[in-house]
Design a protein around this ligand. Structure first.
Ligand SMILES: Nc1nc2c(ncn2[C@@H]2O[C@H](COP(=O)(O)OP(=O)(O)OP(=O)(O)O)[C@@H](O)[C@H]2O)c(=O)[nH]1
Ligand SMILES: [Mg+2]
Length: 431
């Protein structure tokens, strides 16, 4: 087994932070969790306070020298920065570190996230999307050494006349990006056809969204009896799953679990995941899961919200699920009494629960029913015996309130989604 990389975390405390951001310390803590998920261990950490990043060096040049010494002293073999480095910053830092005679791999937050995703994505589409994001990230950072390309499985081919190694690598990588985009478009078309068939006339869709590690999969498993991987790591879930859930009032919904969001999510990755997150964008209701046991939960929720804005998933109503209340001294009541929760409750439904103990799950289901109720309506049909298959369809999709067998057919009173009811109406009208 390869030994775990020993990582020095390097971050910036800049006044450029917006007011709803977490502190630089918290951000560096999160980088530590990312590094842990990535497979490394934290050897040391260093923060510099400065108004904004140094355009050439990220931290100041003096601080970088300090980092190099700290890496040497703590036996680190990797240096991870808490923000994405520009290609220029990366090159200069690598050169400086090399001149100091230290064998230190430089990696930024973006690449840590990309490598976690690369290892954890299992679906074909997910893999293609990560490959694409990595290729786009790598293109301006090629050095001509061929290292990145061999890692990406490209770089085969011949050098054109008068072409340098670097130019050839760039050309191959550009071609790879074009190919990947083509493949993704193809897979996306297939998925769209499948999901359209699945959605047509089917139950409404509720999507679990929220910051990574907030407890979405735990809640998903609780609600649906599924067995999705739950881990105290970031990005345990990458590939979306959808399951059926029958609410206590008989309403059927589809519920989806998907990738968690994170602050500073690499932009390419958001772009590539837009398609996979289609479940989220087309959902009828979003359940925004929040780890309310973290004092800074409102900042995490805000970060998750900005990803929702970025993937254009803002039209569906949101139910806030304040999770992990078993960890709060005051339990669920304390979560609901929190002014930040009350502020949200003025606009949306807010429930407090614990996915682990199951407390408050009833409230969540009731909130879901209430949110979806508007989408249902009571219809009265007379179904001729020749079309009896419609009766079982009504039972399957709706809640049958009365059913009387008469001479010329079955009189059915049913509460059902308006769109499904309209379709049955049309089917009956056709005869
Ligand atoms: N105490 C407590 N822990 C919880 C609760 N819900 C989830 N957890 C824990 O939180 C961690 C993350 O849970 P997951 O369900 O994997 O979180 P997730 O939101 O799916 O995370 P990603 O898939 O990584 O985005 C696990 O260690 C869970 O056991 C809860 O209600 N109470
Ligand atoms: Mg998960």
């Amino acid at each position: 087994m390869e030994s775990r990389p020993r990582v020095l975390l390097l971050g910036l405390d800049s006044s450029a932070r917006s007011h709803h951001d977490v502190t630089a310390e918290e951000s560096l803590d999160e980088l530590g969790l990312l590094v842990d998920t990535w497979g490394g261990e934290v050897a040391a950490r260093l923060l510099q306070t400065r108004p904004k990043p140094d355009p050439s060096w990220y931290v100041g040049r003096g601080k970088l020298a300090e980092a190099v010494e700290l890496a040497r002293a703590s036996g680190a073999n990797t240096l991870a920065t808490d923000s994405e480095l520009t290609p220029g910053q990366l090159r200069r830092i690598e050169k400086e570190v090399g001149e100091a005679g230290l064998d230190l791999r430089i990696i930024d937050r973006t690449q840590v996230i990309l490598e976690i995703f690369a290892r954890r994505a299992h679906s074909r589409e997910g893999r293609l999307e990560v490959d694409l994001a990595q290729a786009i990230y790598a293109l301006p950072r090629l050095t001509g050494k061929g290292l990145i390309l061999s890692r990406l499985g490209g770089g085969i081919g011949t050098r054109g006349p008068g072409e340098t190694k670097l130019e050839m690598d760039r050309r191959h990588l550009r071609q790879r990006i074009i190919n990947l985009k083509g493949e993704i478009a193809e897979v996306g078309r297939q998925r769209e056809v499948q999901s359209r068939t699945r959605r047509e006339g089917a139950a409404p869709l509720a999507a679990l969204v929220g910051y990574t590690n907030s407890g979405k999969s735990t809640l998903f498993n609780r609600l649906t009896g599924a067995d999705v991987l739950v881990e105290d790591k970031l990005f345990a879930t990458l590939d979306p799953v959808v399951r059926r859930l029958d609410l206590p009032n008989g309403q059927r919904v589809m519920i989806s679990d998907t990738v968690g969001f994170i602050r500073k999510l690499p932009h390419n990755l958001v772009a590539s995941f837009r398609a996979t997150l289609e479940e989220v964008r087309t959902a009828d209701v979003l359940i925004h899961v929040i780890d309310v046991s973290d004092p800074s939960w409102a900042e995490y929720a805000a970060a998750a919200n900005s990803v929702l804005v970025e993937i254009e998933a803002t039209s569906a109503p949101v139910i806030y699920a304040l999770n992990k209340t078993d960890r709060l001294a005051g339990g669920r009541a304390a979560a609901l009494a929190d002014p930040r929760a009350q502020e949200r409750a003025r606009q949306s439904r807010v429930v407090a629960l614990s996915a682990v103990t199951g407390d408050g799950l009833d409230e969540l289901q009731a909130a879901l029913s209430a949110e979806l109720a508007g989408r249902r309506q009571v219809f009265t049909f007379k179904v001729p015996y020749a079309q009896a298959s419609l009766i079982s369809e009504l039972h399957e999709k709706g809640r049958v309130l009365a059913e009387v067998y008469e001479a010329d057919g079955v009189a059915v009173k049913v509460e059902i989604e308006i769109s499904a009811g309209r379709r049955v109406e049309a089917a009956l009208g056709r005869t």
